[in-house]
Structure formats: C-alpha cells, structure tokens
Design a protein around this ligand. Structure first.
Ligand SMILES: [Zn+2]
Length: 423
C-alpha cells in the first residue's frame, strides 16, 4: 500500500512560477502518485510515499503547472535518466549542435553553456565542433562522472545566482542550451533572469520543452509527473521570456518526447518575434488551450484510456499470453501506476540503463531486468513504455516480431480513439 506523504518534501503552490500571480483551485487532479523516477528494490517499491498530482492554470500568463512542488533535492539528486543510452536522443543532439553552428550563432572559442547537461551527450557534440563548453546539472552522480572525462560540469541547479557566478568565472555565453530543463524548474522566471544575465550581446538561448498542445492532443497523461512542474504553451512562453526582457525569434515543432518545441530566443534589444510564434499563439487561442472545457475533455479521454488499456491486457492474460514491457522511463512508471497494472498482469520490464536493472517500477513493483532477458523468455506481447521511441525500439528488437511477438504501443491515442472517448 502506498502511503500519502505527510507533507514532508512537498509544498502547496499558491503563486504562479512564471509570473507570480495567485493560483486558484486545480483544473484537474490525477490523484496521489509515487515519484516517477524513484526506482527502488521490489520490497520497498509498493510502499513508496505518494504525492498529490494536481494541475493548476494561471489566469494571468496562461501557464499550466503543478499545484504541489516536491523539493528538487529529493527529485534530482540522483537522476537515473542517461541521454546517451538512447540512440534517438544522440542523433537528435548531434543534429542540434550542427544546426546551431550552421545558423552562425557560434564561432570557434565561443562559450556554450548547457543547462541540465546530463551525461554531456550534447556538450560532446559542441566540443568536437571547436567551442568552449560548460555543463550545469544538479545530479551529482552524473556531474562527477562527466567531470572525470574532462568536461566541466557545475553540480547545481541553474538560477540567476549561479548565472552571475558563471559570468564572473567564464565570461558571457554565446549560446545557452536548455533541453527539457524549463519544465522541471519550480521558478522558470528565475531561470529566465539567469539567461538574460549570462547571455552575450546578440547571444542565443536555445531551449526545448514538451509542448502542451501535443500532450493534450495525444492524451499523453503519463508525461505528467512531479519532475515536470510546467506544461508550456507558446503563449505562456512568450509571456515568460518577455518578463526577462527577451523575445522568441523562432519556434520549431519537433517530434521528440511525443511533441516538443525548440525555442530560439535572444534579448529584446537584438531580436524580433518570428511570424510562426504569432501564428502559434493565434492557433492556441482558437483551439481553446486555456479553456476548462479542453482540460475536461482531456480528463475524459484519460479515464477512457486507463480502463480500456487495463482491460485489453487482462484479456490477453486470460488467453494465456505472456506479457512483458520494454523500457523503464518515468512516463512508464506513471502509465502502469495510473492503470493499476502490477506484476499479476505484467511479468516484468527490461531496460538498457544499468542504473535501473535489478530495481522495480515505483508504486507497482514490476521488476526491471536487462534487455537480454527478452531473448531468453520470448514473451507473446511487449508493451513499449517509452512510446515516443517506439520506431527505434521496434527496429532494434526486430527479431521479436519475426518470432511472432506483438508490440503494443500504448500512446498517443489515435484520432479514432479520441473520437470514441468522447462518446
Ligand atoms: Zn502566471
């Protein structure tokens, strides 16, 4: 049984993290859930504390955000996600570094600061292209490991205070990259202030954030968890950057993480708003991205999915089929927990990350084995938990379907399912 955390390590949020306006009652509640990255030994996995997962909408700047904050030191001090373990992400970052250089934002010797540098996959790409590099990442285990390989990483959370320190020690940054960082920080306004303090005149911030419109459209409720504090629309981002004297000049929609935005921004003194930014803001308003009715429809589809997904697995089980899963991403923890899928339905999952092997999925206690286990067991069905990487996984494990196995990609919901959920 999961016990509710007795409000240790957790804070009820009363003000918006982006603009400081008073927050009102949640627009949606996803109940009490364990921390999605709290992989632990199986005996403890069922008894982990759960934390309320509520979404609040700021009526001033439009930012959708969590109603409760878990202390960042509890969430990120030992982060088990390694960018480099996924070849999709590696290719994504190599391409990213090349594009930045090609776009003329960098000359050899310029400083690139990567916030949330993880295992330095992106920084290595920039280093090979001849720039000075610096990483910032609060996960001390990763920062130490990367520093031993000759890449300097400051083991801390990025803030305006840290930006001042970096400025004094390293000078201004020509490029600041922040991929999947802004959604994780409780006070995005302070991170933005840090960008503006550290950026060289004419420098660029290049940030990637999961896109709220894609989350809602695909019913990707499993990507809502405590590490993700903010769920950005373009209009909320425009407001946020403007608050730090910055302007978004370009936005590119990406498929990565089930739908993301790459934002390129600079100081308002050197930058003009791009036409696609204004167009996306208009589209969001037309689609009612800030309307309660949109959230209510999303909630309805989540309920529909949870019931149907569990029932379909139970049916397979009744037919005597063996079920395993691929991957142990945070979103997988949430998917299994929300749907009430335990070891009675799903035998195990496998993951290439050695930090997760031998552990269990938080809350459901489903064991995590090395990927080689699949070839020994040859289960009938394989659920792809990191569904955003389904193509890569199906390619890698092509032997599985050759031997008659069936892949299950749980999300995003197709248009057909979306229509059915509305009935
Ligand atoms: Zn706000």
């Amino acid at each position: 049984m999961n016990r509710f955390n007795e409000l240790q390590d957790i804070l009820l949020r009363t003000r918006c993290g982006a603009c400081g306006a008073k927050l009102e009652a949640p627009v949606m509640s996803l109940g009490g859930v364990p921390l999605a990255n709290e992989f632990t030994h199986c005996s403890a996995a069922k008894n982990l504390p759960v934390y309320p997962l509520d979404l609040c909408l700021c009526h001033t700047c439009g930012l959708l955000q969590l109603g409760h904050l878990v202390s960042p030191s509890r969430l990120f001090s030992s982060y088990p996600y390694l960018t480099g373990t996924s070849s999709t992400m590696k290719i994504h970052f190599e391409d990213y570094a090349r594009r930045v250089i090609k776009d003329g934002a960098l000359d050899p010797g310029d400083l690139v600061v990567d916030i949330g540098s993880n295992d330095a996959t992106l920084l290595r790409c920039f280093k090979e292209l001849g720039t000075r590099i610096l990483g910032v990442d609060p996960a001390k285990n990763l920062a130490k490991q990367v520093s031993q390989q000759g890449i300097h990483v400051i083991p801390d959370f990025f803030s305006s205070r840290l930006a001042r320190r970096i400025m004094e020690e390293y000078g201004p940054a020509s490029v600041i990259t922040a991929n999947n960082v802004m959604a994780h920080v409780p006070e995005p306004s302070d991170v933005l202030k840090g960008f503006s303090l550290l950026l060289a005149p004419g420098g660029k911030v290049i940030a990637e954030v999961p896109y709220l419109a894609d989350l809602l459209a695909g019913t990707a409720f499993d990507t809502i968890y405590h590490e993700h504090v903010s769920y950005f629309s373009v209009s909320a981002l425009v407001h946020l950057f403007r608050g730090a004297g910055m302007v978004i000049e370009k936005i590119v929609r990406l498929k990565v993480h089930g739908g993301s935005l790459r934002i390129i921004a600079g100081m308002a003194t050197h930058t003009k708003t791009g036409p696609e930014v204004e167009q996306l803001v208009r589209q969001e308003s037309k689609d009612g991205l800030r309307d309660q009715v949109t959230i209510d429809l999303f909630e309805k589809r989540v309920r529909f999915f949870k019931e149907r997904f569990k029932n379909s697995l139970l049916n397979y089980k009744k037919q005597g089929k063996s079920l395993a899963a691929y991957g142990a991403p945070a979103k997988g923890s949430m998917l299994l927990f929300h749907c009430g899928i335990g070891p009675d339905i799903l035998d195990y999952t496998v993951d290439a990350n050695p930090l997760k092997q031998g552990m269990c999925m938080p809350g459901t206690a489903i064991p995590i084995f090395p990927v080689s286990r699949l070839k020994q067991d040859r289960p009938d069905l394989l659920i792809i938990l990191p569904w955003n990487m389904a193509d890569e996984i199906i390619r890698q494990e092509s032997w599985f379907s050759v031997h008659g196995g069936k892949f299950i990609i749980p999300l995003p919901l197709s248009n057909y399912d979306q229509a059915e959920a509305r009935l």
